[in-house]
Design a protein around this ligand. Structure first.
Ligand SMILES: *Cc1c(COP(=O)(O)O)cnc(C)c1O
Length: 365
């Protein structure tokens, strides 16, 4: 007879300390009006017709496994960014690649330096690897404190993650500060530059991560098709790295992780980038309207180079999130810290500005 009690198998202890990924809430339905989800930094535009056509075609063969080597996609990426296909690895979103980056660099006893607050997936992937996360607080203006991050590097550091523009706060890392930082990092420590929001970045002083990568063997650039390219639901991202790292990423990748549909959609999206870029430009304009509107209302909003704005509301975070939800816009609260609002439909921006207006009228801002 079996008398197994639930929950008695031995799992890795590290699981106990791993925070859960809190996904942005979906828009709540309200009678008589459209509600908006601006909680996950998604692209509000529907897929391009040309990309949808390619996806429909690719679905015809979904009884088959995809190309395990993602050769055509890696070639398309290589072609577009003037790198070698051997210097490209793909994954199930850049989050998938982050997990693999941890697997190839870090384990128990090792340290991973990253800014905080930053992308919430970092503590999760670091925790799962068994390595120790070394979160380095942002500066007062919500930027990476790269000199403190360099100070945090020890003999145990195996990986450093730089998120630019930073999710959820918005500012981008500048070229001069990145150069000064990298000059202080030992050449055997991998530095991953997470550029999920690259396409929205308009800071003229922003770091050119790809150019930096070309001259530094210990740098890798992580990018995604989820944001500007609008393929969040298909799960595909890529890493541009020197061959040693790129090859290790391909070795450690989940076999067949990136579906044929995702590979084909990504290739079609690279080809249609001019069309996508029009949307990106519209989103950047909308972002600037939101940022200026909020600042005019007295909110202290840090610079943003991404498709979202950050409201550092501290303890009043849940209150603001509830007010926004009542007005039909679902934002992403980070308890005790602030609210991240993605740039979505024009009507969503209008609604959010109305909420902010009432809030500041009530002495909130
Ligand atoms: C959204 C985001 C990603 C991309 O995630 P995917 O897994 O590619 O969808 C990566 N890094 C940051 C900082 C992000 O905000």
């Amino acid at each position: 007879m079996t008398d197994a009690t639930p929950g008695t198998v031995r799992l890795r202890e590290t699981l106990e300390s791993i925070p859960r990924y809190v996904a942005g809430k979906p828009a709540t339905e309200q009678p008589g009006r459209t509600t908006y989800k601006i909680s996950s930094n998604e692209n509000p535009y529907p897929p391009l017709p040309s990309v949808l056509d390619v996806v429909r075609e690719a679905m015809q063969t979904m009884n088959r496994y995809p190309d395990i080597g993602t050769v055509a996609l890696r070639e398309a990426i290589a072609d577009r960014f003037d790198v070698d296909p051997d210097q490209v690895a793909t994954g199930t979103g850049s989050v998938g690649l982050l997990g693999t980056l941890l697997q190839i660099t870090s384990g128990p006893g090792d340290e991973v330096v990253h800014a905080w607050r930053s992308f919430e997936a970092y503590p999760i992937v670091v925790g799962l690897s068994g390595a120790t996360g070394v979160p380095v607080p942002l500066t007062g203006d919500a930027r990476h404190d790269l000199s403190a991050m360099a100070d945090a590097v020890t003999d145990r550091t195996r990986l450093i993650i730089v998120c630019t523009p930073n999710n959820p706060t918005g500012p981008a890392v500048r070229q001069d500060e990145l150069e000064a930082f990298l000059a202080r990092v030992p050449s055997d420590v991998l530095v991953v530059i997470d550029e999920a929001y690259l396409e929205f970045n308009r800071d003229p002083e922003a770091a050119d991560a790809l150019a930096v990568w070309r001259s530094r063997p210990n740098v890798a650039v992580l990018r995604t098709f989820s944001k500007a390219y609008g393929l969040a639901g298909l799960r595909v991202g890529y890493c541009i790295a020197h061959e040693q790292v790129a090859s290790a990423l391909r070795t450690a990748a989940v076999p067949f992780g990136v579906s044929h549909v995702a590979q084909q959609a990504a290739i079609a999206s690279l080809a249609a980038y001019d069309e996508l870029d029009e949307r990106v430009r519209a989103l950047v304009a909308e972002r600037d309207r939101l940022l200026i509107g909020l600042r005019d209302l007295g909110f202290e909003v840090p610079d943003t180079q991404a498709n979202f704005v950050w409201l550092p509301l501290g303890d009043r975070t849940p209150e603001f999130a509830a007010a926004a939800e009542a007005a039909g816009v679902v934002v992403r609260p980070f308890a005790g810290d602030g609210v991240r609002c993605s740039v979505g439909e024009v009507e969503a921006t209008d609604r959010l500005l109305e909420v902010a207006h009432s809030w500041s009228g009530a002495g909130g801002a």
